[in-house]
Ligand binder design. Structure first.
Ligand code: PMV
Length: 332
C-alpha cells in the first residue's frame, strides 16, 4: 500500500482565562472553561507520513530525532489516532517549531493542534472541527484551542455526562468585537524546571487557593465574554491580568511550591503598571514560564513593545490575532 502523508500548520494561543488543573488526567478534562487568543506568530508545521513497514513511530523535532518524553507523548497520541481510524501502520512525524520549546509560549498547543490535523488526515479520518479539537486536547489541553483562530473558548464539559470526553471541546468566540494584540516579552527561552502537567497535579492536590480560583474563573469567563462582545479592552485586560495572577498564586501556594515567575517577570509587571498609570491600556498575563505577554489594543501594540524593549533589552514580539490550524500542501 502507498504511504499516506499530510502536513498541517498551527499557531500557539495565549489564554486570557487560564486552564490550570485536570479533573481527569487520562482524558485531559479540565476543571474550568478557558478562553484564549490564537496568535499570528511562532507557527508549528508538522508532517505525518505513514510507514507500513516500520515497527515503531519515529519523531524528528526541529531536525533532531526525538527520544524520551517527546517521543513517548507523540507515540501515545498516534496510538489514539490509530485506534480511532482502526489502522495499525506506524508513522514518521517531522515537526518544526518557530517558538522556543518549553518557554511558556505554548509550543505544545501549536504542536498538538498541528499533529492532530496532520495525523487525522494521514490516517484517513474525516473529523469535524469539534472532534478535531477534542482529539488535540488529548495531546495537550491548550491544543484544543489552537484548532481555531482568534478568540476561542474551551468548554470544560460535563463531568456527569455518560461520555464526558464528548462534551469538552473548543470553539471560536464569534461575537467578539475587540482588536487586541499580545506583546510577548521573551525573558527565558530555556526548558522549564517543572512541567505544567506536574505543576497542575501539585496545585490541584495541595493548594488551599485552588478551588476559589476555579470558582472565580467561571465568573471571570462570563464577564469576559460580555466585555469581548462590547469591545471593552479595559475590562478584558483587567480580568485577564487578575485571572493570571490568581493562577500563579495557586501554584505558589502548592506544596512544594511551583514558581515560574522570576525577578525579571516582576520588572515587566511593574512596567505594565507604570504604562497604565501613564494612561496606556496594557495588562499582563503569564503562563508556565517567566515570560510575560502584554495584552493591549492593537493600536497601542507598537508603543507597548517599544517600552518593553527599552526596559528589558530582551526579545519582544508583537503578536496579533492569528488563524486556526490548517492543511499545508505536501511539497516533498
Ligand atoms: O496545555 P498544557 O498542558 O501545556 O497547559 C497549559 C497551561 C497554561 O498555558 C499555563 C494555561 C493555558 O490555559 O494555556
Amino acid at each position: 500500500m502507498t504511504a499516506r502523508e499530510a502536513v498541517a500548520v498551527a499557531h500557539p494561543n495565549i489564554a486570557l482565562i487560564k486552564y490550570w488543573g485536570k479533573r481527569d488526567e487520562h482524558l485531559v478534562l479540565p476543571f474550568n472553561d478557558s478562553l484564549s487568543l490564537t496568535l499570528d506568530v511562532f507557527p508549528t508545521t508538522t508532517k505525518v507520513r505513514l510507514e507500513p513497514d516500520a515497527d515503531a513511530d519515529r519523531v524528528v523535532m526541529d531536525g533532531a530525532i526525538a527520544r524520551g518524553e517527546v517521543l513517548r507523548r507523540t507515540t501515545a497520541f498516534l496510538e489514539l489516532v490509530r485506534e480511532l481510524a482502526g489502522r495499525r501502520e506506524r508513522a514518521v512525524v517531522e515537526t518544526r517549531n518557530t517558538v522556543p520549546v518549553g518557554a511558556g509560549l505554548a509550543s505544545s498547543a501549536s504542536g498538538f493542534a498541528a499533529l492532530a490535523l496532520a495525523a487525522a488526515h494521514a490516517y484517513g479520518l474525516s473529523l469535524g472541527a469539534a472532534q478535531l479539537s477534542r482529539l488535540a486536547r488529548r495531546g495537550s489541553g491548550s491544543a484544543a484551542r489552537s484548532v481555531f483562530g482568534g478568540f476561542v473558548v474551551w468548554h470544560a464539559g460535563d463531568p456527569d455526562a455518560p461520555d464526558p470526553d464528548h462534551t469538552s471541546y473548543a470553539e471560536p468566540v464569534t461575537d467578539a468585537r475587540l482588536d487586541a494584540s499580545l506583546v510577548a516579552v521573551v525573558l527565558d527561552a530555556g526548558p522549564k524546571a517543572v512541567s505544567s502537567r506536574e505543576a497542575m497535579r501539585r496545585t490541584v492536590a495541595t493548594s488551599p487557593l485552588y478551588r476559589g480560583w476555579v470558582t472565580d474563573s467561571h465568573a471571570d469567563l462570563a464577564r469576559m465574554r460580555t466585555a469581548l462582545r462590547d469591545g471593552d479592552m479595559a475590562c478584558v485586560g483587567e480580568i485577564a491580568e487578575r485571572n493570571a495572577l490568581g493562577m500563579h498564586a495557586t501554584m505558589e501556594t502548592a506544596r512544594p511550591a511551583v514558581r515560574y515567575l522570576t525577578s525579571a517577570s516582576t520588572t515587566v509587571l511593574d512596567e505594565v503598571r507604570r504604562l497604565r498609570r501613564e494612561g496606556v491600556g496594557a495588562w499582563a498575563t503569564m503562563d508556565a514560564g517567566p515570560n510575560v505577554k502584554v495584552l493591549c489594543a492593537s493600536a497601542d501594540a507598537e508603543q507597548v513593545a517599544a517600552r518593553m524593549r527599552e526596559v528589558t533589552g530582551v526579545l519582544v514580539v508583537v503578536a496579533r490575532s492569528g488563524p486556526g490550524a490548517r492543511h499545508e500542501t505536501v511539497t516533498s
